[in-house]
Design a protein around this ligand. Sequence first.
Ligand code: AMP
Ligand code: FE
Ligand code: FE
Ligand code: ZN
Length: 283
Amino acid sequence: MPVDLHLHSARSDGTDDPATIVRLAAHAGLSTIALTDHDTLAGIDEARAAAATLGVRLISGTELSVNWPTGTMHMLVYYLEPGTGPLQDRLAGLVEARTVRNHRILDRLSEHGIVIDHDDVVAEAGGGVIGRPHIASLLVQRGHVDDMAAAFDRWLGTGRPAYVMRERLDAVEAIELALASGGLPVIAHPHTLGIGADEFRRAFEQLAAIGLAGIESHYAEYDQELRDHLAGICRALGLVPTGGSDYHGRYKAGLSVGVGRGDLRVPDEVVEQLDARRTPGRR
Ligand code: AMP
Ligand code: FE
Ligand code: FE
Ligand code: ZN
C-alpha cells in the first residue's frame, strides 16, 4: 500500500483539519501518512486519534525552513513527538518570529496601497501557524490578484515587494536538534535549494555524514526522471528516498492526498527504511 509523508493541515498552512486529512488518506488506501505542518506539532494528537480509528498509521512530523546559501531549504523531521525536547522547545520561538514577520509583510503591502488587518490574517489561519499562504488567500479573496500563484509572483515570493525574510535555524543545527529530539531529518523538495540536479549529490554528502536521514525523492511535482535521479543519490549515500504530495488543501490547487497530481506513488518500503534508521542497530 502506498504512503504519503508530506501533508499540511489547518494547524499550519493547509485548509483541512488533521482528522479530515487522515480520512482522505484512508479513502486513498494509504497505509501510513506523516503530518508535517510548518513549525508545529499541534495537529498530531488529533491526527493520531483519527488514524487509530481508521486503521492508518500516523508518523508525527513537522517541516522547518532552514538556512541554505543558495536558496530555500525545507527540512522534514519525522518521529518528532509533541511535548518538550531540544527541537520541540525551539518551535514556539519560530512561530513567534513568524508573527513579527507577518506584521512586516502587511506593512510592506500597505506601503503599496494594499491594507490588510492582522486580525483578518489570524482569522484566515483559524488558529493555526500563520504563513504567507494565509496572506495570499486574502489577496485573492479581495481581488488584488487572480490566484495564489499570482499572490506569490506579484507580492510575497522571494525578492518580490512584500517579501520579508524570517528567522531560520541553520541546516546543521536543525539536523542536530532533530536527532537529539528523537527525530529523523529529511530534506524536502530539493529543487528549492536553487542548485542544478547535478549538484545535489555533493550538497547532500556532508549532511548525510552528520545524520541526515533522507531526501524527498518521490515528490508530487517532480517528473519520473527527477524522482529516479534523487532516489539514485539516496542509494549512493545510504539515505532514504522519502516522498509525499505536499498537500495543502485549497491553498495548493490540483494536489490530492496520496497521489499528488495523479501519478504519485510512494512505496511503503520507505517507511520500513525510516523505521530501521530510527532504531540503532536495526540498519
Ligand atoms: P512561509 O512558511 O510563510 O514562508 O510560506 C511558505 C509556504 O508558502 C510554502 O510552504 C507553501 O505552502 C507556500 N508557497 C510558497 N511559494 C508558493 C508559490 N509560488 N505558490 C503557492 N504557494 C507557495
Ligand atoms: Fe506550506
Ligand atoms: Fe516545503
Ligand atoms: Zn510542505
